[in-house]
Design a protein around this ligand. Structure first.
Ligand code: CTP
Length: 397
């Protein structure tokens, strides 16, 4: 972070009081910090505090009424390596999404040539409001990065999602961001996640109950370790945003294979956690199938095995990790799969275990590797399970 120029935008939310601490962390890490505040934010944190900690004048208005000096927002935007808006209120995010610039902070945003990263902070109902979600989606498509709010106690006294991420986490995110800019050689991991949907007609599909949680937790664990991640995901409700993450959204197994095959050469590890549909309808009807007959027979054809494809098309340095979901003779079947698909490691889930499965937040796994080592783990959160899996992959010989 040393020498990086961070332009910090502060908008009018109660979380603004935490920004003093964020500035201190960034300064300690060697960054230069300049701050722009919206007029409303000075009710939550004093410009004197912000100026003292950042060791720079604070910019609030387009021009200083005492000195008559105009603040050049274009110059501020050109100075910055990154523009971080924290806290970002629902109001400011709505204005950014719509190109409004009725204060200096917003005018600077419109002049940015480098990345803008927003850290939303608001009450839980506002955070769930469709208009807020729509505005954030617009910011994503405009190339803005978002550090999602977390769950916890809110200023209103309510509990829920909407708390600005903690300053330490924002600082770590920024550090990762700058590393990813300079460290293009970081290891890249390819992960498949979620279900696949195999179309029957324009409105129906064959799918399964996979939530994608395991694959997303694996992606988070890799990102925390400074790796780049390409996450090829079937349809899920989950969201993840990180500068080192590329998400490729797919629906069918064939689309998943295509996304994997074009990216595989650039990856050193492949973790195949998706619940790929084994079969797809032979014909996809162009029109909605009408209920004319008493019975309807669908003819299915086998889908490509993506994990097998990756294993057969790997170089010596690439590691391939599969998952197995078994109901009987679990370890024996998992070992057969490990060998048949020539994997480095297989993660076994058994449906016999309470708490392990598709939609839940916990999982119980056994890891088998190509040296025939077998390691059984306790029932844990999917986040903790992801840590165990990544640790095991990194210690593979
Ligand atoms: N897999 C895949 N592509 C498929 C099917 C499975 O990439 N078309 C991957 C899964 O992501 C998982 C592993 O293969 O990592 C195991 O899938 P599973 O369905 O349990 O095994 P199969 O080999 O399909 O065997 P079976 O269904 O007969 O148990």
């Amino acid at each position: 972070m040393h020498g990086k120029r961070i332009l910090l935008g502060i908008t009018g939310g109660i979380a603004a009081y935490k920004i003093a601490y964020l500035i201190r962390i960034l300064k300690k890490l060697g960054a230069e910090v300049k701050c722009i505040m919206t007029p409303a934010s000075s009710d939550f944190i004093s410009p004197l505090v912000v100026s003292t900690l950042s060791q720079n004048p604070v910019h609030i208005e387009f021009w200083n009424k005492q000195t008559g000096v105009w603040t050049n927002h274009v110059e501020l935007a050109l100075w910055a390596d990154v523009f971080v808006i924290a806290p970002a209120t629902a109001n400011s995010i709505a204005k950014m999404a719509n190109g409004l610039c009725d204060n200096l902070l917003l005018a600077t945003y419109l002049s940015m040539k480098t990345k803008t990263i927003v850290c939303p902070a608001m009450d839980l109902d506002m955070y769930q409001h469709p208009s807020f979600k729509r505005n954030v989606a617009t910011l994503f498509s405009d190339g803005v990065l978002v550090i999602p709010a977390t769950k916890g106690e809110l200023a209103s006294g309510l509990e829920g999602e909407g708390r600005m991420e903690e300053p330490e986490v924002i600082a770590a995110y920024l550090s990762n961001y700058f590393n990813s800019q300079t460290n293009k050689s970081a290891e890249t991991v390819l992960i498949t996640a979620g279900p696949t949907y195999e179309a029957i007609d324009p409105v129906r599909f064959i799918g399964n109950h996979s939530s994608g949680k395991m694959g997303f937790a694996l992606a988070e664990s890799c990102l925390k370790r400074g790796m780049n991640v390409i996450l090829v995901s079937g349809p899920t409700q989950l969201e993840l945003h990180h500068p080192n993450l590329e998400i490729i959204a797919v629906k069918s197994a064939e689309q998943m294979l295509k996304a994997v095959s074009v990216n595989w050469d650039n990856c050193s590890i492949g973790i195949f956690a998706a619940a790929v549909a084994d079969y797809r309808p032979v014909n996809q009807e162009a029109q909605k199938i009408k209920k004319k007959e008493e019975t309807l027979t669908l003819e299915l054809v086998k889908n490509p095995d993506i994990l097998r494809w990756a294993s057969e098309n790997r170089n010596n340095a690439q590691k391939v990790i599969g998952f197995a979901l078994e109901t009987n003779n679990a370890e024996e079947n998992a070992l057969l799969k490990l060998n048949a698909k020539n994997l480095d490691m297989i993660v076994l889930n058994t449906l016999e275990n309470k708490g392990a499965g598709f939609q839940g937040d916990t999982n119980k796994i056994t890891i088998l590797d190509k040296s025939n080592a077998i390691k059984e783990f306790d029932l844990k959160s999917k986040t903790a399970v992801a840590e165990d899996i990544i640790e095991s992959i990194l210690s593979l010989k």
